[in-house]
Design a protein around this ligand. Structure first.
Ligand code: SAM
Length: 475
């Protein structure tokens, strides 16, 4: 490589060094005890350079240097303040105000000052979720040559590196879309929900900002935000969904299911507010420093972040799809299975929904969730038990309904349903083992695709099979 190549294509360690020095100039303090570096199989990560005790603050970030809806909004409004109408029209769509009252628009036009415009654009920005604002901001900054966030943008994963996320298989395909068919139903449903969310977010962004021409770049930005954001409560946030923040360097910590570090917000000198990262265990030299992203299952980690853990203490077997199939059948024999109307009209589903128990049926290695127990009980009663009582109904039905309701309310241990529930669950779990074996016995040629994706899919089935077998008493 020539020296001009090296300048144009700096190595990862050079880019990381540039980011660290850039952040330091923004007041971010990074302990000399840690180093950001490439970690085989996990992209970039953070490693201890010396022994680090538990309780050491390793990164301290002034909150006004974070990238979140509050700071992004301030940056965009500043740009409009400085650049006037030209700047505003390079960011916002001219029809973004179309819903405003016509008289109000005329009034604003007459008295249009930069100040009044800023207020109007602030309202538009406030109408977006933090994910939408941040994705759009990263997208836009990536298109600018002179972004003040270049050193950060330069170390983010490329879209090609994000091919491990099922949403990317769906949105970009590139021969990977068929991998979706191998996913367990619950993982597939999670990926499908993310896909809907992505298109909703793109629409919300396009309603306000000028057209997103480069969809692939927006996918990249949306996924970077999704897989790197941390939770930071802002007073103006309407819901917890509005509390996303990007904090470069802290976002290089990889996930572990064990407690390793915690994120804290605190006041320091001169009443400055900081977002900090503190160790909760000690580290030896060379050890990787982790953060827990939450008590996530491998299915969740794969969909949201594109990886799975070899052993995950939050492992779960999700049998929602299998149980819903039985509930939708509404106790009919299997020849009625494809009757869509019958499915939609299932009183059992409506009953479960009314009681807050529709969906999310899981088993961990040693427990069956209460939601699953409730669904199994509902699945075994007659459809009529889940309907409104009629004046002429048999007494046995009224009794069964009150037993079911008592179980749901936690007033009875559900002994009446136990035997049948065990039998139904056994059949579901045997099916889970059988289906897992089918996927696990497939050769690489059959599953095709990148080894990483194949391994992640297989891991989901190994985990499903393991939990199913434990409940079948086969370990
Ligand atoms: C918040 S970022 C962490 C920094 C990231 N490694 C990078 O290169 O920028 C989250 C991403 O890191 C990767 N990651 C995090 N924890 C991991 C783990 N335990 N094993 C494998 N990959 C992991 C995944 O690609 C995930 O989407």
């Amino acid at each position: 490589m020539t020296s001009s190549d090296m300048q144009q294509h700096p190595s990862l360690s050079e880019r990381l060094a540039r980011l660290v020095s850039d952040l330091q100039s923004r007041g971010v303090q990074i302990s000399d005890g840690v180093q950001v570096q490439e970690i085989p199989g996990r992209g970039i990560g953070v490693v201890a350079r010396r022994v680090i005790p538990a309780g050491e603050r390793i990164v301290q970030f002034p909150v006004n240097a974070l990238l979140n809806p509050r700071t992004v909004k301030a940056a965009i409004l500043q740009e409009i303040s400085d650049g006037g109408q030209d700047a505003a029209s390079s960011i916002f769509k001219s029809t973004a105000r179309k819903n405003q009252d016509v008289n109000e628009r005329k009034r604003l036009k007459r008295h249009m000052t930069v100040k009044s415009q800023v207020g109007k654009y602030a309202d538009l920005l406030d109408s977006l979720s933090s994910h939408q604002v941040l994705a759009y901001y990263l997208y836009r900054e990536k298109l600018r040559r002179d972004s003040e966030w270049n050193s950060f943008l330069d170390v983010l994963p490329t879209l090609e590196m994000l091919h491990v996320i099922p949403l990317v298989w769906d949105l970009l395909d590139r021969g990977r879309k068929r991998l979706l068919e191998y996913l367990p139903a619950s993982t597939y449903d999670h990926a499908a929900r993310m896909s809907n969310q992505f298109w909703d977010d793109l629409k919300a962004v396009q309603d306000i900002f000028i057209k997103v021409e480069d969809i692939e770049l927006f996918i990249w930005a949306w996924l970077c935000v999704n897989s790197r954001c941390l939770y930071y409560e802002m007073a103006e946030a309407r819901t917890s969904n509005d509390c996303m923040t990007l904090a470069p360097v802290i976002d290089f910590l990889n996930h572990s299911d064990q407690e390793h570090c915690s994120v804290q917000v605190y006041n320091a000198a001169q009443a400055m507010k900081f977002f900090g990262l503190v160790t909760t265990c000690s580290y030896d030299v060379g050890e990787e420093v982790y953060l827990s992203y939450g008590a996530h299952t491998n299915s969740f980690l794969l969909c949201e972040y594109g990886f799975t853990l070899a052993t995950n203490k939050n492992s779960e077997l999700d049998i929602t799809a299998e149980l819903l199939m039985i509930l939708k059948r509404g106790g009919r024999r299997s020849c009625d299975r494809d009757n869509e109307t019958a499915k939609m009209e299932s009183s059992k589903l409506k009953f479960l929904e009314a009681h807050g128990y529709l969906g999310d049926y899981t088993l961990s290695l040693d427990t069956i969730s209460y939601r699953t127990e409730v669904a199994l009980a509902v699945a075994q009663v007659r459809e009529e038990v889940c309907r409104e009582p009629t004046s002429d109904e048999p007494q046995a039905r009224t009794l069964e309904r009150s037993q079911l309701k008592a179980f749901i309310a936690g007033m009875s241990n559900g002994w009446k349903f136990k035997a049948k529930s065990t039998e139904m669950l056994k059949a579901i779990l045997e099916e889970v083992v059988k289906n897992s074996d089918i996927v696990l016995s497939m050769s690489n040629d059959e599953v095709k695709g990148d080894a990483e994706n194949r391994d992640n899919i297989r891991r989901l089935y190994v985990e499903r099979k393991h939990i199913a077998r434990a409940h079948l008493g086969l370990h």
